[in-house]
Ligand binder design. Structure first.
Ligand code: WTA
Length: 628
C-alpha cells in the first residue's frame, strides 16, 4: 500500500486540569521518560504491585522473535484478581453487577465471586481437567462466563472463549484447533427479548470434535432441557457436588493463560496465545494507569468477554485493579436506544468504555435518548475497536461528555493484549487521533522500505520493542507468529495504516491486510469466501470491505455461480443464510453481487482492491498485474 500525504486537522480539546492532578498517572511524559531510561525497571516496578508466590529473577529475555517475561516468577491470575482483593478492604466490595435483558439483576462481592470460582474450578477438576488442558467457553455475557474463565485460570487450564454470536463451523474450528477437552455453554442466550438457543449450535459443532470429553451446560430455561447422562453436565450441579476450597495453582509466569481466536488473512482463524505473568502485568497496568480505575468507580466496558477487549478490560484488568464492574446482556437499542444511558444513571457508571460503532448508532438515534437520563456519574469515556472518526468523537465529547470528560481512544489488538496507543487522561485530545504510545510502548510508522515516514505521511504501524502482554505464539503455527515480527529491525508489524502529526499524535487509518472490521469485529475476507464457496451454487467468491457510515465497514461479496445455477433473490437469500449458520450473524455480507468473472492476477490471486474500487466508483489503480 503506497504512502500518502494526509491532511490533518489541528483541533484540540483541553480537559479539566483537575483530572491530571487526580489521575493514577499524573505525568505521562515523565512516566514515558522513566520507561525509556530503564525499560525493565519500569515493568519490574509495576509487577511488584501484584502478588507473586515466588518472585521473578529477571524482567525479560528477548531472543527475537520470542520474549519471556518475569523469568521463573510464579503467580496465579485468579488469585490476583480475587483472593488478593478478598483478603483486604475490598472483601465486601461488589466485584460484578449484572443486568439481564428481562430486568433481572445479580451482584457478586469479591468474596462471593471467589467462592463461586473455587467451586466451579473444583467442578472442572472433577471432570479430569488439569493444568495445561484446554477448556472452551461458549456462553453469553453473563456472570457464569466470567466465573468459568477465572476458574480455568485458577487451576491452570487454558481457556478459549468463543463469542456466542459465532455459528457452528466457526465454533468447530475453534474447539478442534485448541484441542478443547471440555466445552462450557448455556442452553440459550437472550437477545433483544428473544431466546436464542445456543446448545444446538454447539451440538452441531461437536460432530467430529474428538478431543471433547464433556460439555457443561448452564440451564436457564424453564422447563430445564434434558442432558445426556454421561456426557453433559449441569453447571450448578457440578458446583454443588464440588469441594468449597480450591487453592490456586502455582503458575509459571510463562505458562499459557488462554488462547483467543481472531480472524486470519487465510481461511483459518489464528489462535493467539497469551501467558500468565506478562499478560497479568500488562492488563493490570493499563486498567489502573490508562483507564484510571479507582475504588470509587463503577466501571462498564460494553464489549463481550468473547473478544480480547472483554478478556483484558471486562475481566482481568479491572478485577486486578479491584474495580466494581458492570455487565449486561442488553443490546444498545432494545427496548429503545435509551437503555444503556438508563443503566449508567441507575448504577452510577463512572467509566464507560465502548466502541465507535455503538457511538455512531447512538448519534443516529439523536440526543434525546441520552438527554433523558442523568449521566452526571460519568467521569471517563473510552473507545476501542476501530477508528473513532472525528464526527463520532465530537458527539461523544459534547453530548455524553458534556464538554468536560476525557475520551480515551485506545488502539491495541488481540495480539498486543493491552492498550498500546491512546491520549492519556489529562493530555489534550485531538478528534480523529488515537493519541501517542503509552509509557512502556515504542511505536513507529514506516514506509515500504522500513524507513520512518515524516508527519503527515501515512505508513505501516510497527511496534519496536517487546512488551509484557504480547502474544507468545499463534497456536500450532510458529511460522505465522514469526510473520508478525517481520517488520524493519525485527519489529512487530501491526497490519494497520497510520499517520502521525507534528506532536506525535497517531491517527489510525485502518487495516492494511485482508481483514475487515465490521462494527468493531474482525472478519477475515478468506473466512467468508470459504463459507460462500462451500455452498453448492458457488464456484468462486471474493469479499471486500466497503466503508459504511454506521458499521465502519460492511461486507460486500462477489460470487461466480457454478453451471446450472442462475441468480435469483432466493439463491442470494440462501447464500446469506448459509454464511449466517456456518460463521455466525456477524460475518453475513450486506450484499451479494453475482458476476461473470473475478479480476485476478496472472498468478491467480483475486484482486480485491479492484473490486472494491469498482464498487466505490474509484480508480482501480495499477492494473499491470491483472490477467487478461
Ligand atoms: C482496530 C481489538 C483504530 C485496528 C482491541 C486493530 C482500532 C484491530 C482501534 C484489532 C482504535 C482497535 N482506533 N483502530 N482505537 N482499536 N482497532 O484484535 O485495526 O479485535 O488492528 O482487538 O482493530 O482488533 P482486535
Amino acid at each position: 500500500m503506497p504512502e500518502k500525504q494526509v491532511t490533518l486537522s489541528s483541533k484540540k480539546y483541553l480537559p479539566d486540569p483537575q483530572y491530571r492532578k487526580e489521575a493514577w498517572c499524573k505525568d505521562a511524559a515523565h512516566a514515558y521518560q522513566g520507561f525509556l531510561t530503564d525499560p525493565d525497571g519500569f515493568w519490574g516496578r509495576i509487577s511488584q504491585e501484584l502478588e507473586w508466590f515466588e518472585p521473578w529473577e529477571k524482567v525479560k529475555e528477548w531472543e527475537y522473535p520470542f520474549a519471556r517475561w518475569f523469568i521463573n516468577g510464579k503467580c496465579n491470575m485468579s488469585y490476583n484478581c480475587l483472593d488478593r482483593n478478598a483478603a483486604g478492604p475490598r472483601r465486601n466490595k461488589v466485584a460484578l453487577f449484572w443486568q439481564g435483558d428481562d430486568g433481572s439483576e445479580r451482584s457478586y462481592t469479591y468474596w462471593q465471586l471467589l467462592r463461586e470460582v473455587e467451586r466451579f474450578a473444583n467442578g472442572l477438576k472433577s471432570l479430569g481437567i488439569t493444568k495445561g488442558d484446554c477448556v472452551c467457553i461458549y456462553m453469553p455475557n453473563i456472570p457464569e462466563q466470567i466465573v468459568a474463565m477465572l476458574a480455568c485460570a485458577r487451576i491452570g487450564a487454558v481457556h478459549s472463549v468463543v463469542f456466542a454470536g459465532f455459528g457452528s463451523d466457526a465454533l468447530h474450528a475453534r474447539i478442534t484447533g485448541a484441542g478443547a477437552k471440555i466445552v462450557i455453554t448455556a442452553d440459550a442466550s437472550i437477545r433483544r427479548g428473544k431466546t436464542i438457543p445456543l446448545k444446538p449450535i454447539l451440538e452441531e459443532a461437536l460432530i467430529n470434535a474428538t478431543t471433547v470429553d464433556y460439555i457443561v451446560v448452564l440451564r436457564t430455561q424453564d422447563p430445564k432441557i434434558d442432558l445426556l447422562p454421561e456426557f453433559e453436565k449441569d453447571f450448578y450441579e457440578l458446583m454443588e457436588s464440588a469441594e468449597k476450597n480450591c487453592p490456586p495453582e502455582k503458575m509459571d509466569a510463562e505458562d499459557p493463560l488462554f488462547i483467543l481466536y481472531t480472524s486470519g488473512t487465510t481461511g483459518q482463524p489464528k489462535g493467539i496465545v497469551h501467558t500468565t505473568g506478562g499478560y497479568m502485568v500488562g492488563t493490570y497496568y493499563t486498567a489502573k494507569y490508562i483507564l484510571d480505575i479507582k475504588d470509587s468507580d463503577i466501571y462498564w466496558c460494553t464489549a463481550d468477554p468473547g473478544w480480547i477487549t472483554g478478556h483484558s478490560y471486562i475481566v482481568y484488568g479491572p478485577l486486578l485493579a479491584g474495580a466494581t464492574i458492570f455487565i449486561t446482556e442488553s443490546t444498545p437499542d432494545y427496548p429503545d436506544a435509551g437503555i444503556w444511558w438508563k443503566y449508567i444513571e441507575k448504577y452510577g457508571v463512572s467509566i464507560f468504555y465502548t466502541a465507535p460503532t455503538a457511538i455512531r448508532m447512538f448519534m443516529r438515534y439523536g440526543d434525546e435518548y441520552p438527554n433523558r437520563y442523568d449521566l452526571s456519574s460519568l467521569r471517563i469515556l473510552g473507545s476501542v475497536g476501530e477508528p473513532l472518526n472525528p464526527e463520532a468523537f465530537e458527539w461523544f465529547y459534547h453530548v455524553i461528555g458534556k464538554e468536560k470528560l476525557p475520551i480515551l481512544d485506545t488502539w491495541w489488538q488481540t495480539e498486543t493484549g493491552m492498550h498500546m496507543i491512546t491520549t492519556m487522561i489529562g493530555e489534550p485530545m485531538k478528534p480523529g487521533f488515537a493519541g501517542r504510545p503509552i509509557p512502556g510502548v515504542l511505536v513507529d510508522i514506516v514506509d515500504k522500505e522500513g524507513k520512518p515516514v515524516p508527519p503527515g505521511v501515512s505508513g505501516q504501524l510497527i511496534i519496536k520493542e517487546p512488551w509484557p502482554s504480547m502474544m507468545r505464539m499463534v497456536n500450532q503455527n510458529e511460522e505465522r507468529y514469526r510473520q508478525y515480527w517481520s517488520g524493519p529491525d525485527n519489529s512487530y508489524g501491526a497490519s494497520d495504516l497510520a499517520v502521525r502529526d507534528e506532536e506525535g499524535y497517531i491517527m489510525i487509518l485502518g487495516r492494511s491486510d485482508d481483514l475487515i472490521i465490521v462494527s468493531g469485529h474482525n472478519i477475515g475476507t478468506a473466512e467468508v469466501e470459504s463459507a460462500l464457496v462451500a455452498h453448492k451454487a458457488v464456484a468462486e467468491a471474493a469479499v471486500v470491505g466497503i466503508p459504511d457510515e454506521m458499521k465502519g465497514n460492511r461486507i460486500m461479496a462477489f460470487v461466480l455461480l457454478r453451471d446450472g445455477f442462475t441468480e435469483t433473490a432466493k439463491l442470494k437469500q440462501d447464500l446469506l443464510y448459509h454464511v449466517r449458520i456456518t460463521l455466525g450473524p456477524i460475518a453475513v455480507p450486506s450484499d451479494i453481487r453475482v458476476v461473470d468473472q473475478l479480476p485476478k492476477t496472472r498468478s491467480g490471486k483475486i484482486m480485491r482492491r479492484v473490486l472494491r474500487a469498482i464498487e466505490m466508483g474509484e480508480d482501480p489503480g495499477d492494473l499491470s498485474t491483472i490477467d487478461e
